[in-house]
Design a binder for this molecule. Sequence first.
Ligand SMILES: Nc1nc2c(ncn2[C@@H]2O[C@H](COP(=O)(O)OP(=O)(O)OP(=O)(O)O)[C@@H](O)[C@H]2O)c(=O)[nH]1
Ligand SMILES: [Mg+2]
Length: 393
Amino acid sequence: MKNEDQAAMLLLGVGGGGCRLAASVRAVYGAGLHAVGVDTDALANRNAAAGGMTCLLLGGSRLSGHGTGGDAIQGRLAAQDDMQNLQAQMNGVRTAVVMACLGGGTGGGSTPEIVKALGEMGIATVCFVTMPFGFEGQARRKEAERVLPMIEESADSLVVVPLDDLLKDAGEDLMLENAVNIAEGIIAAGITLLWRLLSKPGFISLDAEKLHTMVMRGGNALFGCGSAAGDDRAIKSVAALRGCSLLRSGEALKRANALMLGILAGSDLRLAEVGEVMCEVNKSCKPGCHVEMGTVFDPAYEGRIELVALAFESWTAAVMAVPKSETEVAAEPPVADVIPARVGGRKVRSKGGSKLSFGATGRGKFKGVEPTLYNNQDLDVPTFIRRGIRLER
Ligand SMILES: Nc1nc2c(ncn2[C@@H]2O[C@H](COP(=O)(O)OP(=O)(O)OP(=O)(O)O)[C@@H](O)[C@H]2O)c(=O)[nH]1
Ligand SMILES: [Mg+2]
């Protein structure tokens, strides 16, 4: 991959858990991955930096590097204090994959601020956030639930990974330390695969632009994985994926309108096995589900097949639509269809509370932003302008 392509994607860990997850992804992927970690805790920051990540301390003047102690307000203020330092790291970045563990003060408080600021810089954001384990108590869970809509408002894509679901499949006798390690391992493998698919598609032809569109404009997604080795590993890996708790034991596959599927395997992966995986996956999804698939080869996966999936329920084909010629423009759909709360998950950001100003081109504050197309109409342009309706003043 070219250096500028690498630099265009940034992995950003926020808070202690987010930085640890980002460090795990970096460890799996290798040094080519551009990763930055931000935390209010100087010690955790130093540990992450030791792993080779660029690290920034947030709110040093306010918290003296001691962390927020679970206070999301302090986390938010700390992010505001040092936003300029973070923005200085964003040179040439087009896409940021943001990872945070919700429940704490830094991940919970800083992440919404950071995602909003990145959006205002025109950077596309894909957020992976974990929800606390049940044993951490109601207060942490509630705090995480409070923060979620704030992140959702600004993020282009949001993938929520409840830590409890992640570990349901791992068995009852799991030790706490193993639980955290397993959780990190699964998330890191998933993000690594997603990263590779986005930055360096495998040998099975895959349209990188389409993938970007799907992830950037797919809205909320569920994430899951499954793996198998030995005889019939292709079919068994899909069965494992279907049974995965994170994908609601197959429900998420049945409901998805689009699925991004990554196949991670060694050089022993046979073409026929790819066919078997796709056939089984298609059977598990509803008819018409749009599946984008890619493969990544890694010698560490010799002998087995690992599948990672992102299932998008709110995705609509319109987000992938290629603009048609003027003559093909369909009749204008009713307003209720045109402006659902989220068209294909596309977020309409309020950039710094700017006043709406739509010029002759009609693109106004969405100038320079990829248009949200529906039946060849640009939905970022207000309905009254698209329909030529005069407003009484
Ligand atoms: N997977 C994983 N999750 C973790 C780990 N440590 C913490 N978590 C989760 O992350 C949540 C937030 O904890 P931290 O990331 O340590 O908190 P923080 O964002 O640094 O915020 P403060 O320390 O309160 O400033 C917890 O409630 C746990 O659910 C970890 O090592 N691995
Ligand atoms: Mg911390």
